[in-house]
Design a protein around this ligand. Sequence first.
Ligand code: SF4
Length: 78
Amino acid sequence: IRNPRHPYTKGLLGARVELAEGRDRLITIPGAPPDLAAMPPGCAFAPRCELAREECRADVPALTRLSADSQVACILAH
Ligand code: SF4
């Protein structure tokens, strides 16, 4: 929570009500969650990720250990 590395986690944390001060709307992640019966190729978050690249849609990102208690599956979070 203190050092989110995945764009989806960053998006969720950015949508907290306490950060909405002065705004009439919360920051949201665009789009909708994927259909679990028809998952997109590559990273499941790619259709909604503002940082997505072509390689994100080619392969599922590997889960990489960052520390003893932290792992991430994103090509940009290494
Ligand atoms: S792998 Fe690509 S699409 Fe998936 S979260 Fe990381 S940057 Fe976004």
